[in-house]
Design a protein around this ligand. Structure first.
Ligand SMILES: Nc1ncnc2c1ncn2[C@@H]1O[C@H](COP(=O)(O)OP(=O)(O)OP(=O)(O)O)[C@@H](O)[C@H]1O
Ligand SMILES: [Mg+2]
Length: 276
């Protein structure tokens, strides 16, 4: 009897995920092999860059044990439940869900993979995303259970692999590209972050982590290169304050880099429509 109930609950959740996900036009998974390369920075700034283009966007923080989306967007408070649905936070029109709002600050979450997957399923099944143009999933580093669950349940139509130009990051990003291929995510793009630093004193470009590695990797794997984002002190300072460079500094180099990434993504979907 208990097994039948369990099976029923799983089937019911699968149905709710399908229904919820079918209302979202495009789903992007952002991941990398290596940690700290800027996945969350890319996720939140890309989400707002899409929102600024008038596209309804949501962001799902799929980093269950190290959720940083809420912090980077300065979102505090508990999640609200209404009629068995979770109401996402909204900031400047963007819909956001993050495990951070279910945890006390500093509280560690020691959960094995299946528990983390369960939470992601619930974020997909029970959050009131409504009709979105884009849902972006910000993933933890590596190729663990979270990306598997997102791949199988959210069914991303685009994978963005974030890398920095240095060799150790590229090697891990190659694993991420292969993971995206295994998960049969139909389109894959590479963003190279922290590519060069413009010295504020002399304007010289210092290639701290090297350069060109992201583009070369994308070419080698036959996937789209979406662009490079330079190392920028304001990007880091603002994100520590829960603010975003694309909203605070329109026209700066980093904001322009995100604009150009959005343009390529939009062109990609337009071309895809033409091919159909
Ligand atoms: N282009 C950039 N210029 C300056 N600082 C940056 C840039 N990109 C990211 N950072 C900073 O680097 C740090 C790590 O970025 P972020 O948290 O986005 O990486 P991540 O890949 O999501 O990390 P994790 O693997 O832990 O999830 C943050 O402090 C962020 O502000
Ligand atoms: Mg992160």
């Amino acid at each position: 009897m208990e097994n039948i109930d369990k099976q029923k609950a799983i089937e019911d959740e699968t149905r709710r995920i399908k229904e919820n996900v079918s209302r979202i036009k495009h789903r992007i998974a952002i991941f990398s092999g290596k940690g700290g390369v800027g996945k969350t920075t890319v996720s939140v700034n890309l989400a707002y860059s899409l929102q600024l283009e008038g596209l309804e966007t949501g962001i799902l923080d799929a980093d269950i044990t190290g959720p940083n989306v809420a912090k980077m967007l300065s979102i505090e408070g508990d999640l609200i439940l209404l009629d068995e649905k979770i109401i996402p936070f909204e900031k400047y029109g963007l819909k956001i869900i993050s495990m951070a709002n279910l945890l006390k600050s500093g509280q560690p979450l020691i959960w094995r993979g299946p528990m983390r997957s369960k939470i992601i399923n619930q974020f997909l099944a029970d959050v009131k995303w409504m009709d979105l143009d884009f849902l972006i999933a910000d993933l933890p580093p590596g190729t663990g259970d979270e990306i598997l669950t997102i791949g199988q349940e959210m069914k991303p139509d685009y994978a963005i692999i974030v890398t920095t130009p240095q060799e150790v990051s590229i090697i891990d990003a190659e694993r991420a590209i292969n993971m995206a291929k295994q998960l049969q995510i139909p389109s894959i793009g590479v963003v190279e972050n922290m590519a060069g630093f413009v010295c504020p004193h002399c304007n010289a470009v210092l290639e701290i982590f090297g350069s060109g590695g992201g583009k070369k990797m994308a070419d080698d794997y036959g996937v789209q290169f979406l662009g490079s984002i330079p190392i920028d002190i304001d990007t880091r300072i603002l994100s520590d304050k829960g603010k975003l460079i694309v909203l605070e500094k329109p026209g700066c180099e980093v904001t322009n880099a995100f604009k150009s990434i959005v343009k390529l993504i939009e062109e990609h979907y337009i071309n895809e429509l033409k091919e159909k």
